[in-house]
Design a protein around this ligand. Structure first.
Ligand SMILES: Cc1ncc(COP(=O)(O)O)c(C=O)c1O
Length: 476
């Protein structure tokens, strides 16, 4: 076994990993990357088909981002945001505010602009900040003294205690029940497995052939109404716009977000958009905006960003919010209305420099055209999976795709999580030089935006062959 692999085995505890299984195998030790390609310590080449857990946007070692980080390193790597401002964080905050308020053709925008940026370190902390702010605003503005949150079934918003409290994946969250604050879950729109969808399984994205009466939206309306009747209206609803990521890449049918945002607004609750996965053009180019909420004309009260913020180069996050929220924390020093929250690396200069460089790339019109083309190519290539009987649903939003494996597409019968269906297919894909990580029985493709046509074809072909290797060479 390679020396680095041995060290890893001896000392490193990996996230979301059963370490007993981990130490039985030699891990892939990544030592280099360029564009959508990764190399391991043995010199083997892989495609980064999940963009290094949905973070990488423009490819590894992009000269524009690498150059920006190097230039920043020539000045300073980090100084504290507690007590001092810095150059890249100030510039980045302005860029984010501009990007978050860019008018989209569909934006009705009675909603206030997002004008303030609170920096933190990763997706969980971006959500944690939004929760704390929404909690305090609800109390300070007299909406409720016991603020409560609503989020979607299957939701994952991170692993800090607040973010876990609004998460609803039992497998991850149940163990910590007594550590958490109470929140409510309401039905997520999961057309493929929706009990209200009367359509028989078909060979298309379930959103396209579903037969329903928007019962999922009705559920949100009733839940919000019921909470109001109790005399304790919700402080906020937390959603991932357009697609729930870690829930299993579950896309929302067009119009769901708009309808739900209207219900939340009518109630006077705040809307927290967790765009940690969906942000920065990941969910497509339906409008010129970089954010999924805007594709449905929705401007949230809180916009949580991380993962792709630095193009996948450095850990950094941002929570954007409105002037009204900011103002609720203003007062004389001894009123102690300060937002008492922060992290040592808040506003990190290297991260901010990388994020500015990433925004430069995202905003170039020719790069938007490239992303559009890549989206189309991915859509075309994914069609080849429909002939496999163990592929139940293929759902794509922009440059994210979830492929749900089932026992038989005609029945939608799910695999038991213990069968490790997704893991086995991903292991077979790795042997073919394509790296991605499943969510249960859902396979993911989340390519970096620099992925070439040939590389997309290799990713999908490896997935197809691997599904056949694991389940047999049957065609539907
Ligand atoms: C939607 C969403 N929110 C929050 C998080 C947490 O982000 P992080 O892992 O950077 O803390 C994730 C991570 O996958 C996520 O997908």
């Amino acid at each position: 076994m390679n020396k680095l692999a041995k060290l890893d085995r001896a000392y490193v505890w990996h996230p979301f990993t059963q370490m007993r299984d981990w130490v039985r195998r030699e891990p892939i030790v990544i030592t280099a990357g360029k564009g959508a390609v990764l190399w391991d310590v043995q010199g083997r080449e892989y495609l980064d088909a999940n963009a290094s857990i949905w973070t990488n946007l423009h490819g590894h070692r992009h000269p524009h981002i690498t150059g920006a980080i190097k230039r920043q390193l020539g000045k300073i790597a980090h100084s504290s945001a507690l007590g001092f401002a810095n150059e890249p964080a100030s510039l980045l905050a302005e860029r984010l505010v501009k990007a978050a308020n860019r008018k989209t053709p569909r934006a009705k925008d009675a909603q206030q602009p997002l004008s303030k940026v609170f920096f933190s370190d990763d997706g969980s902390t971006a959500v944690e900040v939004a929760l704390k702010l929404a909690y305090e605003v609800a109390r300070r503005l007299g909406r409720t003294q016991k603020p409560r949150f609503l989020s979607l079934t299957g939701a994952y918003h991170g692993d800090t205690v607040g973010a876990v409290s609004v998460g609803h994946i039992d497998l991850f969250h149940k163990a910590y029940d007594s550590l958490l604050f109470k929140s409510d879950a309401v039905m997520a729109p999961y057309c493929y497995r929706c009990p209200f969808n009367r359509a028989k399984p078909d060979r298309a994205d379930a959103r396209e052939y579903r037969k329903c009466n928007w019962e999922c939206v009705g559920k949100v309306e009733r839940r919000v109404g019921a909470q109001r009747k109790k005399g304790n209206p919700y402080a906020a609803m937390v959603v991932e716009p357009l697609m729930q990521g870690a829930a299993g890449m579950i896309p929302q049918p067009e119009g769901w977000l708009r309808r739900v945002a209207e219900i939340v607004r009518a109630d006077g609750a705040q809307l927290i958009a967790d765009e940690v996965m969906t942000g920065f053009a990941r969910t497509g180019q339906a409008s010129a905006s970089l954010f999924a909420s805007h594709h449905e004309g929705v401007q949230p009260d809180f916009l949580c960003l991380a993962k792709g913020l630095t193009g996948g180069y450095l850990p950094m996050a941002a929570t954007l919010t409105t002037q009204a929220v900011f103002d609720a924390f203003l007062g004389k020093y001894d009123e102690f209305k300060t937002f008492f929250h922060g992290h040592s690396y808040t506003g990190n200069q290297l991260g901010a420099a990388a994020a500015i460089a990433s925004l430069d790339l995202l905003e170039k019109p020719e790069n938007r055209r490239t992303r559009l083309q890549l989206e189309k190519t991915l859509r075309e290539e994914l069609k080849s999976l429909w002939s496999l009987p163990n592929v139940g649903d293929v759902r794509q939003v922009g440059l994210v795709a979830g492929i749900e494996l089932v026992r038989d597409w005609r029945t939608r019968e799910a695999f038991d999580v213990r069968e490790r269906a997704g893991i086995r297919v991903c292991e077979a894909m790795a042997r073919r030089g394509v790296l991605t990580r499943p969510i249960g029985s859902v396979l993911l493709l989340v390519p970096p935006y620099c992925t070439t046509l040939k590389q997309i074809q290799r990713m999908v072909a490896a997935m197809r062959e691997s599904i056949q290797e694991v389940f047999g060479r049957r065609e539907a």
